[in-house]
Design a binder for this molecule. Structure first.
Ligand code: GAP
Length: 440
């Protein structure tokens, strides 16, 4: 299977099975916009839940936030986004296509193939503008946030005062961000509207480099562990790339990109940056409000420094799909981690036209469904039903047969090994929960 072939297969599978559809499709689509369908939204929610549980619920030093998407435009002046959040744009003189200069390979136009026929670079600000209220005038300009991060700085004092956290501590947020990308593409990899999961982790201002390098290293390990243990993605395909000082975002003193071997090339999955006190200092200056942390024991005041691990939700979905995609005898098996799979199990009566089987299977289905996402299927032959569930990553298929009426046991078939076991109906929920929660 070529890499391009793999991407095509994944995009087709996503459409066919209701993971991801082209946006606004009945109107001819909307370039590079995608809608998450019934299974896609489950997968995406499972990722976000796993992240929130790991980094907020299971930790004492991180609290959550859910802030407005459109903030006071002064936020983006103070953060440096109005002046610096821009990409170099070039235009092909032949076809007038516009591209990000650093995405052009060997001077060839990606649209018409013309070589060396571009205009000079122009800087293009990536923030989406809108107007607040009915008058479209410059006094009413506002921006859709290009990162969730700024709300954690703007709300820093409110969170500090209400949560009474002590340094070091973090604020976490999951939410949409918007960027008017010049060259979006590669399915959900680069879009103009996407979701981020971000943590701003506040530390005491370092007296020496080791004081920020320590927490930076801890977060580096956390990101790798999330990829391996929570997403179940092959860590050998993940590469760390330290960004050159000339290429770093305007706020960062050190950045590592975590890249994955996507079918279209090794590309950024997540990032980790040392943002120093850049943001809090600028917001304090710009707002005139005191954003200092006061140590409750010494009463000493400081502007904390920040380590920022950042995760794209859509790139998490994509990396999971790419990594989990496999084929067995020409049939697709999506080897999703059970915790992330849209359905944890599917329940089938062996035959769809036998009321006694359907009655028992429905009872089992409804009981399991009160706790777990469970699929139901009573159409076609069992082999076809297995194949249909394999394709969407359902880890377990449960078949109710005539023997089940006698021995109160069902057949549980494992997606990856194809092995079948007889399990007591009373044991089923416990059995599935143990498998889903990691003992697999
Ligand atoms: N607050 C820091 C920040 O926003 P970033 O590297 O620009 O850093 C963080 O973005 C993450 O957001 C990326 O690592 C990626 O996972 C995701 N991301 C960024 N731009 C994206 C886009 N256009 N489409 C989808 N995901 C994107």
């Amino acid at each position: 299977m070529t890499d391009q072939n793999l991407m095509e297969k994944i995009v087709a599978l996503c459409k066919r099975r209701g993971f991801i559809f082209p946006g606004s499709e009945i109107y001819g689509g909307m370039a590079n916009s995608w809608d998450y369908g019934p299974l896609g939204v489950e997968l995406k929610n499972n990722i976000k839940l796993a992240w929130w549980k790991r980094f907020v619920h299971l930790r004492e030093d991180i609290v959550g936030l859910d802030a407005a998407l459109i903030m006071n435009p002064k936020v983006w002046e103070a953060s440096g986004h109005i002046a610096n959040f821009q990409d170099p744009l070039v235009e092909c003189k032949k076809c007038n296509g516009r591209f990000r200069a650093d995405h052009i390979k060997e001077g060839v136009c990606p649209n018409c193939g013309e070589k060396g026929s571009f205009t000079g670079e122009q800087m293009f600000n990536l923030m989406f503008k809108t107007f607040i209220g009915p008058a479209e005038e410059s006094a009413n300009i506002a921006y859709f946030r290009p990162e969730t991060a700024q709300a954690m700085f703007v709300d820093f004092k409110n969170v500090l005062d209400t949560s009474r956290k002590r340094l070091p501590f973090g604020i976490a947020q999951i939410g949409k961000a918007f960027r008017n990308e010049i060259t979006p593409g590669n399915f959900i990899f680069r879009t103009r509207e996407f979701e981020q999961m971000e943590i701003e982790y506040f530390i005491v201002p370092p007296k020496q480099d080791a004081d920020w390098q320590g927490p930076f290293e801890l977060w580096r390990k956390e990101i790798l562990s999330w990829i391996k243990d929570d997403l179940g993605v092959d860590i050998n395909k993940v590469h760390e790339h330290e960004i050159e000082s000339t290429e770093r975002a305007h706020y960062s003193k050190k950045t590592i990109d975590f890249e994955y071997e996507f079918p279209f090339g090794v590309s950024e999955l997540y990032g980790l940056a040392y943002r120093t006190d850049f943001d809090l200092k600028n917001h304090e200056k710009s707002s005139g409000k005191d954003l200092k942390y006061r140590d409750p024991e010494t009463n000493e005041e400081c502007i904390p420094h920040v380590i920022e691990p950042t995760w794209g939700v859509d790139r998490s979905v994509l990396v999971i799909l790419v990594d989990a995609y496999s084929e067995r005898e020409g049939k697709v098996i999506l080897k999703l981690k059970p915790k992330l799979a849209p359905y944890k199990a599917a329940v089938f009566p062996l035959l769809g036209n036998k009321p006694e089987l359907t009655r028992l299977a429905r009872k089992i289905y409804l009981d399991l469904k009160s706790d777990l996402m469970i699929a139901w299927d009573d159409r076609g032959n069992i082999g076809g039903r297995y194949a249909s569930q394999d394709e969407i990553g359902t880890p377990f298929c449960i078949t109710v047969d005539f023997q089940s009426l006698e021995d109160k046991k069902v057949t549980v078939r494992d997606r990856d090994s194809g092995k079948q076991e007889r399990i007591g109906i009373d044991e089923l929920k416990k059995y599935l929960k143990e498998k889903i929660n990691g003992k697999n």
